[in-house]
Design a protein around this ligand. Structure first.
Ligand SMILES: Cc1cc2nc3c(=O)[nH]c(=O)nc-3n(C[C@H](O)[C@H](O)[C@H](O)COP(=O)(O)OP(=O)(O)OC[C@H]3O[C@@H](n4cnc5c(N)ncnc54)[C@H](O)[C@@H]3O)c2cc1C
Length: 289
């Protein structure tokens, strides 16, 4: 049974921020209400975010994409510019929950839930995203890469709200992909999630990001694997080395969905596959095919 709680319904951002000390933000509720019902969460006062003006705005201009803190997974799917601005995020949105969840679930809620299996986090890390955090007294930005400090722990203070997420739009020489491995296509918790970004100039990989989900206490970037391919031609051997390193950096658990060994193996398989796909697609583009 859902226990009783107080619900604040502030009219705008300033009122919302004033309610936050002592209150817990309620966005789509697809984590929070489920956790309250299951008694994994004990918040007594919730602050509804649904009245904040422009909280679902999406802007793509001057090489930057920025989404408001209330943007839902469904909003990502419906926005015509997202395929170009965030291909991996669109890959993720397509396999995120079911239709009803996609219509409610926000990206900020997904990021703040801090689950290692939060599906939007590998794509956002692969895009080098930043979070905008606002409190009643200050506004600051933090790289998503610096946000998590441990399992379900992050650097947001209780009086702060994620008011936006932004990232540089990948250029024409950059490929960005995500794959979610789960036991079925929809409404399934991720067994392994991998997102990659590869930038290609001729035969050289000039930049790369590899983000891994559900294989450690937090989603993380496999930076030592990235270092093995930056400045290199992505031959089969180089890609194998990077995929092997990503596997070594993973520290998954055994649970009812998969064994730790299987997860590690799948990190290797998926990292290799996505890097190859990204590299080849850029080669074909360059060759005009
Ligand atoms: C049936 C079902 C299927 C699901 N499928 C998936 C899936 O495929 N992939 C996946 O990753 N997740 C999935 N989830 C989990 C959930 O839907 C997501 O994590 C979702 O993105 C959470 O967003 P929300 O808006 O519902 O957040 P809420 O539940 O409202 O909040 C989650 C947490 O974030 C905090 N929060 C919310 N917004 C902000 C903000 N702007 N600033 C600061 N803190 C904030 C809240 O206080 C709370 O702690 C599923 C859940 C259900 C019930």
């Amino acid at each position: 049974m859902l226990r009783d709680f107080e619900l604040d319904m502030p009219a705008d951002l300033q009122e919302t921020l004033a309610c936050l000390p002592g209150g817990t933000p309620l966005a789509g509720g697809t984590n929070l209400l489920v956790d309250l019902r299951a008694r994994r969460e004990s918040a007594e006062r919730l602050v509804w975010l649904g009245n904040i003006d422009a909280f679902r705005d999406i802007k793509i201009e001057d090489g930057q994409a920025a989404i408001g803190g209330g943007t839902t997974v469904g909003d990502i799917l419906r926005h015509p510019g997202m395929e170009r601005a965030a291909p991996a995020l669109v890959d993720c949105a397509r396999v995120f929950g079911g239709q009803m969840v996609r219509n409610q679930a926000t990206l900020a809620g997904n990021v703040c839930s801090g689950s290692p299996a939060a599906d939007s986090v590998p794509p956002l890390l692969s895009l080098d995203a930043e979070l905008c955090l606002a409190s009643a007294t200050q506004v600051r930005t933090i790289a998503l890469d610096d946000f998590y400090t441990g399992f379900k722990k992050n650097r947001r203070s209780p009086d702060e709200l994620v008011t936006g997420i932004s990232w540089p739009v990948p250029g024409p020489n950059t490929a960005n992909r995500f794959y979610k491995l789960a036991r079925r296509k929809g409404d399934a918790i991720t067994v392994v999630g991998v997102a990659v970004t590869v930038t290609r100039d001729g035969n050289t990989c000039t930049d790369a990001r590899i983000a891994l989900g559900a294989v450690a206490p937090t989603v993380f970037r496999a930076k030592e694997a990235e270092a093995l391919i930056i400045g290199e031609t992505l031959t089969e051997e180089r890609v194998d080395e990077a995929a092997q390193k990503a596997k070594e950096l993973s520290d998954p658990i055994d649970d009812l969905r998969a064994s730790a060994d299987y997860r590690r193996d799948m990190v290797q398989v998926l990292t290799r596959r996505l890097l190859n796909q990204a590299w080849q697609s850029l080669g074909e583009k360059e060759a005009g095919r």
